[in-house]
Design a protein around this ligand. Structure first.
Ligand SMILES: Nc1ncnc2c1ncn2[C@@H]1O[C@H](COP(=O)(O)OP(=O)(O)OP(=O)(O)O)[C@@H](O)[C@H]1O
Length: 296
């Protein structure tokens, strides 16, 4: 049976500006289960945003297809909500109106009162108080604006939420607070999330699985690393779990060396699944990476 989201042999080529063609990535194939939280990590330029734009229906791949819930993705849809790093709020509307605008578009049959109640519910979930809801984006801090973007995306109840480095511009403290809120909302709604991040610790805290991309050009999704840490996760507690540093070291090693070593090597099909579970008695020695790989 196909997973909720199925990415099949995605290839993207662009003109290289010198009369030739560059293949950004080739034969990227992976699946995401319903309700799963998946992060993607890879060096700058490997094609993460391009993959996200294709999933959102904002870009067309050169080859390959994306199938969500049994239907091929072609063009944007309210079933796929996107949160970008730069908030993308409507500057002339208040925080509340930014969310009600989206909810009203999603549920045209709802009364004004229903729409406002739904919008308020999600703004409260991300920790925004009544007085803040009536301010325009220019009167909000970066962290508040990003909370509004996240509230707007969740309030629309998309089947798939796509997050492109949503916390990249935030200070560490605000980032931590909003990560916690994101986890709470996700746990409450059961929505499927696909997120780009450059932050390994953020990915480990949030994800069920992390997809690792090799360097571009000719990048590919090489590994799917299971995050074998119990939920709910608290950032202060997970670091003392026996799996935490084993997983973290694996990710660091991949991004440090293997993403470069594997660059440009052909290899289609699904990424290799990596499961690191020292708590279940698997050993990290002698060759850490191979010894930890339990599932082919
Ligand atoms: N419309 C386009 N025309 C030509 N090349 C493009 C186009 N869009 C993206 N690229 C190229 O494709 C490659 C992948 O870009 P993409 O933004 O997807 O990478 P990324 O992994 O998200 O990078 P970053 O982590 O820096 O955001 C880059 O080399 C980029 O220059």
């Amino acid at each position: 049976m196909k997973p909720f989201l199925s990415v099949e042999n995605l290839t993207q080529r662009y003109p290289d500006g010198r009369g030739g063609i560059t293949t950004v990535f080739e034969n990227a194939s992976f699946g995401i289960g319903r309700g799963e939280f998946v992060c993607i990590l890879g060096h700058s330029g490997c094609g993460k945003s391009t993959i996200m734009n294709i999933l959102a229906g904002l870009a067309e791949p050169s080859e390959g297809v994306v199938v969500m819930d049994g239907a091929q993705v072609s063009g944007p849809s309210l079933d796929r909500g996107v949160v970008f790093q730069n908030y993308s709020l409507l500057p002339w509307l208040s925080a509340l109106r930014n969310v009600t605008f989206a909810v009203a578009a999603r549920y045209p049959g709802w009364t004004k009162a229903q729409v406002r109640a739904e919008a308020r519910k999600y703004l409260e979930m991300v920790g925004l108080s009544e007085d803040v809801m009536h301010r325009k984006p220019s009167q909000l801090s970066g962290g508040m604006r990003q909370r509004v973007s996240i509230a707007r995306a969740f309030a629309n109840h998309p089947k798939l939420l796509l997050l492109d480095e949503p916390f990249g511009a935030l200070d560490a403290l605000t980032r931590g607070t909003i990560q916690d809120e994101l986890l709470k909302i996700w746990a409450g709604t059961g929505q499927t999330v696909f997120m780009i991040t450059h932050d390994i610790d953020e990915a480990i805290l949030l994800a069920d699985r992390i997809l690792l991309m090799t360097n571009g050009p000719m990048a590919r999704v090489a590994e799917s690393v299971e995050i074998t840490l119990p939920r709910p996760r608290a950032r202060t507690a997970i670091v003392s779990h026996p799996n935490y540093y084993a997983i973290r070291n694996h990710l660091v090693r991949f991004l440090g060396h293997r993403s470069r070593e594997l660059a440009g090597q052909a290899g289609g099909g699904a990424p290799e699944t990596v499961r690191i579970d020292l708590a279940a008695g698997e050993s990290e020695e002698p060759d850490a990476r191979r010894a930890l790989r339990a599932i082919p």
